[in-house]
Design a binder for this molecule. Structure first.
Ligand code: BG6
Ligand code: MG
Length: 219
């Protein structure tokens, strides 16, 4: 029986995936690296430094910068990102997600957060959702980022649940792969081709309800 939900944050609970994408796009432009939608999608769920490496590689510039320079570039992106995050309010919660979280709580499910973002607590604060997530996996504690299962394994462990008792909710292909590898049930939100590996896919957040998930679980 399902007893808990392990949530991704960016692109699932709020629209920050757009803000991350914009901030990376800006950095890529400044480095003369061509941006594409595919590159933007591939970065979803990927840690800050891994994202930077992927962008540099896409531009053939992976050997052009020292570690210190890379740190500086990542900090520059993060400064731009945080400036946008600080403008956020609860109005930035994606459609239906507040109701979904409320219904999960009302039905006794436990919740944890498995976001790769070191800014997750700040974002939750802006959305006034910190109370919903007393258990947050610290991404700094991870040896491997998504698609490695580690973050979802830890998300279940924080709830004292077995992976098979948990549903993971994700907007990124890398995240769905992580949920599946952790042995949890995967709910993908977004494009069903991109997220074909998920146990179930909803095209947008407003369709993500407990009733809709239960209906698909029974199938
Ligand atoms: C993930 C986002 O949630 O967090 C990625 O999908 C982002 O786009 C990653 O790179 C790391 O975020 P941060 O805030 O630690 O740079
Ligand atoms: Mg995401």
């Amino acid at each position: 029986d399902i007893k808990g939900f392990v949530f991704d944050l960016d692109g699932v609970i709020t629209d920050t995936s757009i803000l991350h994408g914009n901030a990376w796009h800006q950095l890529a432009d400044s480095l003369d690296i061509a941006w594409s939608t595919e590159l933007g999608n591939a970065l979803k769920g990927i840690s800050r430094m891994d994202s930077l490496e992927m962008i540099l590689k896409a531009g053939g510039k992976e050997n052009d910068f020292s570690t210190a320079e890379k740190e500086k570039l990542a900090t520059q992106k993060n400064t731009n990102y945080i400036a946008e995050v600080d403008k956020m309010t609860p109005a930035n919660i994606l459609p239906g997600m507040k109701d979904f979280l409320d219904s999960l709580r009302a039905n006794g499910y436990q919740l944890s957060l498995a976001s790769a973002s070191k800014n997750a607590p700040r974002v939750l604060g802006k959305l006034e959702l910190a109370d919903y997530f007393p258990k947050v996996v610290d991404p700094a504690s991870l040896t491997h980022g998504k698609p490695d299962p580690e973050i979802y394994t830890k998300g279940a462990a924080l709830l004292d649940l077995k992976p098979e008792q948990c549903i993971g909710v994700e907007d990124a292909a890398a995240g769905v792969a992580a949920i599946n590898a952790a042995g949890e049930t995967s709910v993908g939100i977004g494009n069903d081709t991109e997220l074909a590996a998920a146990d179930m896919v909803f095209n947008d957040t407003s369709a993500v309800t407990l009733a809709n998930i239960k209906a698909k679980l029974d199938n």
